[in-house]
Ligand binder design. Sequence first.
Ligand code: 13P
Length: 275
Amino acid sequence: METERRRLLVANWKMHFVRAQALEYLKVFTERVQGLHKTELVLAPPFTLLEAVGREIIKTMIRLAAQDLFYEREGAFTGEISPLMLKDLGCSYVIVGHSERRRIFGETDELIHKKIKAALEAEIAPILCVGETLEERRAGGTQTVLESQMRGALEGLMLFAPSPLAPLPSEGEGSRGEGDRLVIAYEPVWAIGTGVNAKPIEAEASALFIRELLAQLFNAEIAKEIRILYGGSVKPENLEDFLKQPNIDGALVGGASLDPEAFAQMAQIAERCDG
Ligand code: 13P
């Protein structure tokens, strides 16, 4: 039953690369992943590169994600980027509520909720990031934090409403389930950029907890369809151990995704791993 969820690898480039670097990257990466089809591959470049990257990958199976969005469609919001603008550039996904945005830019659950809603309405699948800090973990508060972040972001949303949420547009043949409209990334803050990844078994416990919450927030069927990623110091050497976990459907990769060879290697690992 878990195997029906298509595996997903997302490269979060964060604030890295200018155009020439991105084009160099794509030359290597697109060639290395040619012919892979089981795993969905997504690149999340900074806003400034969405158009250039989108143009290069349009004829491939690789899909485009933005790293953030604002919740209004248009208006006097200097410096912000709307769902409409992301849609116009061909984004299929958008990362929402990354811990760097929560921590450095003060994003609240309330703001994140509005962003998730706006993404869903624009038919861009949000990748909602949740995860506890080291202090919260040490205090035994992991599940409490996950629950309040999940509820804050998702409670009251009609993920499965037939309208106005039409199926995602850029998908090829085959229909997507309702659960494909949302992705959750479990990213323990203490594992991000530290080289210290969570133990796969611990990440699985959190992923299972998240899936149970999704069943409460939506329903059991949708909870089964929604993909849950692990993020935090994922690299080619540890990816397979995460993918083998029954509730982990892929990875959100930061640092290691900046190397096209390493990210392509991860795509190959995901393609042949049966977990
Ligand atoms: P690292 O893979 O660099 O730990 O970053 C994880 C992350 O924040 C992805 O969104």
